[in-house]
Design a binder for this molecule. Structure first.
Ligand code: WTA
Length: 658
C-alpha cells in the first residue's frame, strides 16, 4: 500500500457523523430542495442567485458558453461591485451598521467602521486614484497589511473598474515585481509597514525595490500610494510616492459609481502553477460577485442582522478576496478584520477577539487549528466562545482529528464544521457541507454545493464508482469561474481544459475519492503544486529560485508530509563543481536566497546537498523517490531509474541535512 492509499484507508474508516443542529436546520437559509432545484434548471438557479446583487442594467442571457472554455455570465448586465458591497447598504438605511470591527495587532489599537464610513472612504480613495491618473481598465497593485485601507483600496479600484492585483505582504520584492510587470500595474498601493509578532514589519522598501526591478524590465510604475500605519522611517521619492493621508483624506467623499459590464475584469490574483511562472487568475464582475455572495450566504447560513463573521485569511489570498471583501460585504455583514499573528501578545489572542466581538461565524485553515491543538485546550477554554454558531475550514484537507477538535473544543460540540473545497480559480466555494442540511463527516468536503457539478473521474474522464478515487473535475461552467490566465489564453486552456478536453471538464489538479455514499474526500494535488500551511507553492518555482543561485547547478523540490503544515518544502541541490562543498553556510545561504526570490513562505524546511538526482532514462526527475527519502521511507521501485545506485548516494547524503 502506498502512503496515500494508507491515509485513505484510514480516512474512510472514519465513521463519526455530526447531524445539523435542529434549530439551525429549521431556520436554514438553504435547504435540501436547493440541490434538486439547481439540478433541474441551473441557469434559473444562478439567475436567482444573481438577484442578490443590485444591477444597473439587467442581463439578457444567463450564460454564453458558445466558445468554451471562455464563459460569459449574465451577458449584457451591468453593475458596480463596490456599489454592491457598500453604497447599496447605506441607501437601504443600514449606514450605521458596523461593516468592520478592525483589530490591530498592538492591544487596544482597534477601530470600527460603519457602512456609511466605509462608503465615504471608498469614494475618497476612488477620487484620489483618479487624480493619480487611474482610469477604467488600468491595473493597480496592492501590497498591504491587514488594515481597513486595504479593503478601501480594493473597493476603490473596483469602483473605478480598475482591476486590482493584491500581492500577499509576505512575498518578496522579486515576487512583487514579477506580478507588477506581468499585469502592467500603473499604480501600487502600500503602507510603510504593518504589525507582525509584536513588531513593525516594513513593506514600503520592498515596493521601492520592486519598482526598480520592474523598471529593469521596461515597466514604469507611475505612482505609489502609501498609508502610514506604523510610522516607521521610509524612503520617499517625491516624484512617485504620495501619502494616503495627503491625497485621500482631503478628497471628496462624493463619487458616483459607474456600472460596468458583467464581464468587466474585477481582479487578477496570482497563484502557483506547475511551471515556474505564477499564473494571473482573472476574475470578472457579475458572475464572481454572484458566486461569492451566494456561497457566503449558503455555507455560513448567514443572518446579516445578527451574525458577526470573521475570516482569518489574509487579503493577499483568494480567501480574503471572496470571504473578507466581496462575499461578506455584498451580503452586508458585520465582520472582524484582524491585522496580526494569532498568538500575539498571548496564545489566546484569537479566542479573545471572538469573545470580545461575539463572533458567530468563523472561517480559518486546518494548519491554524493544528497549531492550536498543539498548545492544548486550556488556551481557548479561558475564553467565552459560546457566540460561535458555524465553523469553516479552507485551504487544505482537514484531518479528522483536527476537525473533531475544532468542533469540540472551539465549537463546544454545538457548531457544524463546514470543510469548504475551492481554489483561486473557482473564485468561490464549490464542495462543502450545508450547515442546516448535511450530516458532516470529519475530513470530507462532502457534496458539491447546489448549482455546482463536480465529479471524481478516472484517467479517461469516466466517473469512478463509489468507494474509488480519481481526479476531481467540475463538469459544468459556474458563474465565479476564472475567465482566463491574464494575458495567456493558451495556458488557460492547456492547464485546466486539455486534460479532459473530450468531456469539456475543468481539471482542478486535485485528487479525490468518493466514499461508499458518494461523498467527496479531497486528497490534495496531483500535480507539482505543494500545499504548505494552506499556501499554494510550485515545486518548479522554488527549483527555479534555487537554480538562480550562482553556486547551484541543479535542484529538485518536493512536498513532504508534515504534521504541522500539511506539507513542507524539501529541496535537493547539486552544487556547481567550482562551488566545492559550498562553504559552511551554504544551507543558510540557499534558504535566504529562496526567501528573497519568493518570500518566507517558500523557505525549505530542509535542504540536502546531493551528488546526483534520480532521473529516468529520458531525463525526468523522479520526485516520487525524493519524497520517499524526505518522508523517511524506504525508497520504492527504482527500476525506471537510469542509474539505480543514485538513490543510495542520495540517502547517504542525508547526513548533510540541516
Ligand atoms: C487545496 C484556496 C482539501 C486544494 C481557497 C486546492 C483543499 C488548493 C481544500 C487551492 C479543502 C483548498 N480540502 N484541499 N477544503 N481547500 N484545498 O488556490 O489542493 O490557494 O486545489 O485556494 O488548496 O488553493 P488556493
Amino acid at each position: 500500500m502506498s502512503d496515500t492509499e494508507q491515509t485513505l484507508a484510514n480516512l474512510l474508516k472514519e465513521d463519526r457523523r455530526f447531524e445539523p443542529p435542529a434549530e439551525l436546520a429549521a431556520n436554514a437559509n438553504v435547504t435540501a430542495e436547493a440541490y434538486d432545484a439547481a439540478a433541474a434548471d441551473p441557469e434559473a438557479f444562478w439567475a436567482a442567485q444573481a438577484e442578490r446583487l443590485s444591477w444597473s442594467q439587467p442581463w439578457e442571457q444567463v450564460l454564453d458558453w458558445s466558445e468554451p472554455p471562455f464563459a460569459k455570465w449574465f451577458v449584457g448586465g451591468k453593475l458596480n461591485a463596490a456599489y454592491n458591497c457598500v453604497d447599496r447598504h447605506v441607501e437601504a438605511g443600514r449606514g450605521d451598521k458596523v461593516a468592520l470591527h478592525w483589530v490591530g495587532e498592538p492591544e487596544g489599537d482597534a477601530r470600527d467602521l460603519t457602512y456609511a464610513e466605509l462608503q465615504a472612504e471608498v469614494a475618497k480613495a476612488a477620487n484620489a486614484l483618479i487624480d493619480l491618473g487611474v482610469r477604467t481598465g488600468d491595473r493597480v497593485a496592492i501590497y498591504m497589511p491587514m488594515i481597513p485601507e486595504a479593503i478601501v483600496a480594493m473597493l476603490a479600484c473596483a469602483r473605478l473598474g480598475a482591476p486590482h492585483t493584491v500581492v500577499f505582504g509576505g512575498f518578496s520584492a522579486d515576487a512583487l515585481a514579477s506580478r507588477i510587470v506581468d499585469c502592467g500595474a500603473k499604480v501600487v498601493i502600500t503602507a510603510d509597514g504593518g504589525y507582525r509578532r509584536g513588531a513593525a514589519s516594513a513593506l514600503k522598501p520592498a515596493v521601492d525595490d520592486a519598482r526598480g526591478k520592474a523598471a529593469e524590465h521596461g515597466h514604469t510604475v507611475d505612482k505609489v500610494l502609501v498609508v502610514r500605519r506604523t510610522g516607521q522611517e521610509v524612503a520617499f521619492d517625491e516624484g512617485t510616492d504620495v501619502w494616503w493621508h495627503d491625497v485621500v483624506d482631503g478628497a471628496s467623499s462624493e463619487h458616483t459609481p459607474e456600472a460596468f459590464d458583467a464581464e468587466h475584469p474585477l481582479y487578477v490574483m496570482y497563484t502557483s502553477g506547475t511551471t515556474g511562472k505564477p499564473k494571473g487568475i482573472l476574475h470578472t464582475t457579475g458572475g464572481y460577485l454572484t458566486g461569492a455572495a451566494y456561497t457566503h450566504h449558503a455555507v455560513f447560513d448567514l443572518k446579516p442582522e445578527t451574525d458577526v463573521y470573521w475570516c482569518t485569511a489574509d487579503i493577499g489570498w483568494v480567501t480574503g478576496h471572496s470571504y473578507i471583501v466581496y462575499g461578506p460585504l455584498a451580503n452586508g455583514v458585520t465582520q472582524v478584520l484582524y491585522e496580526g499573528t494569532p498568538d500575539h501578545p498571548e496564545p489566546g489572542r484569537w479566542w479573545k477577539i471572538i469573545s470580545d466581538y461575539k463572533v458567530s461565524l468563523f472561517y480559518t485553515a486546518p494548519t491554524a487549528i493544528r497549531s492550536f491543538m498543539k498548545q492544548g485546550r486550556e488556551v481557548p477554554d479561558r475564553h467565552d466562545l459560546s457566540s460561535l454558531r458555524i465553523l469553516g475550514s479552507v485551504g487544505e484537507p482537514i484531518n479528522p482529528e483536527a476537525y473533531v477538535w475544532y468542533r469540540h473544543v472551539i465549537g463546544g460540540d454545538r457548531t457544524p464544521v463546514v470543510d469548504t473545497w475551492w481554489q483561486t480559480e473557482t473564485g468561490a466555494m464549490m464542495i462543502s457541507p450545508l450547515p442546516g442540511v448535511t450530516a458532516g463527516k470529519p475530513g470530507s468536503a462532502m457534496t458539491p454545493l447546489p448549482g455546482i457539478t463536480a465529479e471524481v473521474v478516472d484517467e479517461d474522464g469516466n466517473p469512478v464508482p463509489n468507494g474509488s478515487g480519481g481526479y476531481l473535475v467540475v463538469t459544468e461552467p459556474w458563474p465565479s469561474m476564472l475567465r482566463t490566465i491574464y494575458g495567456d489564453d493558451k495556458r488557460f486552456v492547456d492547464t485546466y481544459w486539455s486534460r479532459f478536453r473530450k468531456q469539456g471538464y475543468y481539471f482542478a489538479g486535485d485528487g479525490a475519492k468518493k466514499d461508499d455514499e458518494g461523498h467527496i474526500w479531497v486528497l490534495g494535488r496531483v500535480d507539482d503544486v505543494m500545499n504548505v500551511s494552506g499556501h499554494r507553492l510550485s515545486t518548479t518555482e522554488i527549483e527555479s529560485a534555487l537554480i538562480s543561485h550562482p553556486k547551484v547547478a541543479e535542484s529538485a523540490v518536493v512536498g513532504a508530509t508534515d504534521p504541522d503544515t500539511g506539507q513542507a518544502v524539501v529541496a535537493y541541490v547539486i552544487l556547481r563543481d567550482e562551488a566545492g562543498d559550498g562553504g559552511p553556510d551554504i544551507i543558510k545561504e540557499l534558504s535566504d536566497h529562496v526567501r528573497t526570490q519568493i518570500g518566507p513562505i517558500a523557505k525549505p524546511r530542509q535542504i540536502m546537498i546531493v551528488p546526483e538526482l534520480p532521473k529516468t532514462r529520458s531525463g525526468k526527475i523522479m520526485r516520487r523517490l525524493l519524497r520517499d527519502v524526505a518522508e523517511g521511507r524506504d525508497v520504492g521501485d527504482t527500476q525506471t531509474l537510469a542509474d539505480a545506485s543514485i538513490m543510495e548516494l542520495i540517502s547517504a547524503s542525508k547526513a548533510t541535512t540541516t
